[in-house]
Write a protein that binds this ligand. Sequence first.
Ligand code: C5P
Length: 221
Amino acid sequence: MNKIPVITIDGPSGSGKGTVATLTAKDLGFRLLDSGALYRSLAVSAIKREVNLEDHRQLADLARCLNIEFGSGSVWLDGEDVSLEIRTDIVSKAASLLGTIPAVRTALHEQQLAFRKEPGLVADGRDMGTVVFPDALVKIYLTARLEERVQRRYKQLIDKGIDATLPHLLRDLKERDAKDSERPISPLKPAKDAVVLDTTDLQVDQVVQLVMSIVRDRLAS
Ligand code: C5P
C-alpha cells in the first residue's frame, strides 16, 4: 500500500480546480499534478509532429515518451515553454479528443502515478479520484454553474493575453463537458467517496479554506 498522501481535485472546466489545487499544494507543501496539462501538452506535441489524431498507436507512443516538466507555474515540453500554447482553443479541443482514446489514457496513467512522491501530492483533473488515485486520502469534486465557469475561463484567458469571446467559450465548455462526461473510459464524474463542493457563489480563498479544513481533519484522524 502506498502511504504517500494524495489529495485529488476533479471537476469540469472552469470549476476552479486548477487554482484551488495550486493553492492547496502550496499550503501543504505538497507536489502538484495538473493532469490536464499532460493531455494538453500531448496535443501540442502531436500537432507539432503532424501526428494523425486517429492514429491511436502513434499517439500512445508519443504519450509514453512525453518530455514534460512543470516549474514556477510554467509547463515545458521538450525544453520549450508551452504554458500559453497549451491554453489555446485548438489545443483544448485536441486534448479533449485525446482524452477519449483508451491507449492514450493508459500511457498517461503511468506518467501520472510517477508524480506521487514525498511529502504528498495534490492532483487535479477529471479522473484523479476515480481512476488514477483511487486510494487518495481526500477526494474533492468541484462544480459551478456553467455561466460562472465560462466567466472564469474568459477572465483567465484574457489575463494571459489569449483571445477569447464569451459565446465561443460557452460553446467550447459545453462541448468539452459533454465529451468528458459521456466518454465510456474514465468519464468525468465524482468518485463515490468524494466531497462535492459547488463553488458558484464562493471566492477562491473560501474554497481553499474548505478544502484545507477537510484535508487537515483527514490527516489528523
Ligand atoms: O483540465 P483541462 O481543461 O486542462 O483538461 C483539458 C482536457 O484534457 C479536458 O477537456 C479533458 O478532456 C482532458 N483530461 C482528461 N483527464 C484528465 C485531465 C484532462 O481527460 N485527468
